[in-house]
Design a binder for this molecule. Structure first.
Ligand SMILES: NC(=O)c1ccc[n+]([C@@H]2O[C@H](COP(=O)([O-])OP(=O)(O)OC[C@H]3O[C@@H](n4cnc5c(N)ncnc54)[C@H](OP(=O)(O)O)[C@@H]3O)[C@@H](O)[C@H]2O)c1
Length: 252
């Protein structure tokens, strides 16, 4: 094999690393050789996760909706592990409600976290990558719902569609600085938080529409995450890679 999936020498920042996909992604990146900064609002959960990964991991308190918090987290990360060369924009939130019942505050909170948060962290990290002339890679965690419509998740789906286009526009602009920007768009992935829901009656209905007839596991995302993060994927930018067992092919 000549493709290079190694992350040795890279410093990765994973946002939303206190639980779920982000926490496991941090482990995948560390296994591939990266030093990893784990950021989220629940700093104690990041510290717990970082301790499991050893010396090459560093926890930071981070609120992706707050530009000052992002700068403080990046300063702390840089002092501990060096400049960030790989950013995984994973922090996200979701609400389920009919459009006509959705309060504007709830809409704004989801858009602020998922879309504006992705923009703010990308802007801060890209500025530093450009100043340090390191180049780098950015992977945005989108969702198949950014492209395939379904009910009750309006703000979430709009935020993920926004992330898809932000992925393309930022890829276009940052390529000249040696920075690639791609997105990973998962379907239904089993995590601690949704296992009960996916194993219940709603899950039974949904899984029948997945052509592969199963929900994803976080391990199903590891290959694409590493491809988009490593030299193996260096000629890719502005791509949105869907990993959903074929669900987006069958409609919702
Ligand atoms: N699980 C799936 O099936 C699935 C499918 C498609 C896409 N995704 C995407 O994958 C990402 C992770 O989701 P998950 O399933 O792992 O859910 P999760 O366990 O709820 O993780 C969400 C993470 O985001 C962090 N977060 C939320 N608001 C934040 C903020 N303002 N600043 C910093 N961090 C913040 C949370 O940490 P704190 O609360 O500690 O801040 C948490 O670590 C999300 O972007 C989600 O849309 C998940």
């Amino acid at each position: 094999m000549t493709a290079d999936f190694s992350l040795a020498g890279q410093v990765a920042l994973v946002t939303g690393a206190s639980s779920g996909l982000g926490r496991t992604f941090a482990g995948f990146l560390a296994d591939a050789g990266a030093k990893v900064v784990l950021g989220a609002r629940r700093a104690e959960k990041c510290a717990e996760a970082a301790a499991e990964l050893g010396d090459a991991a560093f926890p930071v308190a981070l609120d992706v909706t707050d530009a000052d918090s992002i700068e403080l987290a990046l300063d702390a990360a840089e002092n501990a592990l060096g400049p960030v060369t790989l950013l995984i924009n994973n922090a996200g939130t979701v609400t389920n409600r009919a459009l006509v019942d959705t309060p504007p505050e709830e809409w704004r909170q989801v858009i602020d976290t998922n879309l504006t948060g992705c923009f703010l962290v990308t802007r801060a990290v890209a500025r530093r990558m450009i100043a340090a002339e390191t180049g780098g890679r950015i992977v945005n965690v989108s969702s198949m719902l950014g492209q395939t419509p379904t009910g009750q998740v309006h703000a979430y789906s709009a935020s993920k569609a926004g992330i898809n286009q932000l992925t393309r526009t930022s890829a276009l602009e940052l390529a000249r600085h040696g920075i690639s920007v791609n997105a990973l768009a998962p379907g239904y992935i089993q995590t601690d938080l949704n296992t009960d829901f996916l194993n219940g009656p709603a899950g039974e209905r949904i899984v029948k529409r997945v052509p592969q007839r199963r929900f994803g596991q976080i391990a199903d995302l590891e290959g694409v995450l590493l491809l988009l993060s490593s030299p193996a994927g260096s000629y890719m930018t502005g791509e949105i890679i869907t990993v959903d067992g074929g669900l987006s092919l069958s409609g919702m």
